[in-house]
Design a protein. Structure first.
Length: 90
């Protein structure tokens, strides 16, 4: 796992205390595309299962994740998608 992925993982763990957290670096699938630096960590997908998502709409969950990763999304990360689930939805 690269430095950007490790930072994403650490921030999501601290913010959401997830039961399950999967960070998938998909940057290799986008090599040569606009916005995809060669050899860089730029495209990620995550699955986050957390009790802290209880009572929140999917949009509010995504907003909280994006706010948590604000610095990364403004910098090295070109694309990020998250599946945000409660334990009952997982």
């Amino acid at each position: 796992m690269g430095q950007v992925a490790e930072t994403i993982e650490a921030k999501l763990k601290a913010a959401f205390e997830p039961i399950t957290l999967e960070i998938i670096d998909e940057s290799h699938l986008h090599r040569g595309h606009a916005g995809a630096p060669e050899g860089g960590e730029s495209h990620f997908r995550a699955k986050i299962v957390s009790e802290l998502f209880e009572g929140l709409s999917r949009l509010d969950r995504q907003r909280r994740v994006n706010e948590t990763l604000r610095e990364e999304l403004a910098g090295p990360v070109h694309a990020f998608s998250a599946q945000t689930l409660t334990p009952g939805e997982a």
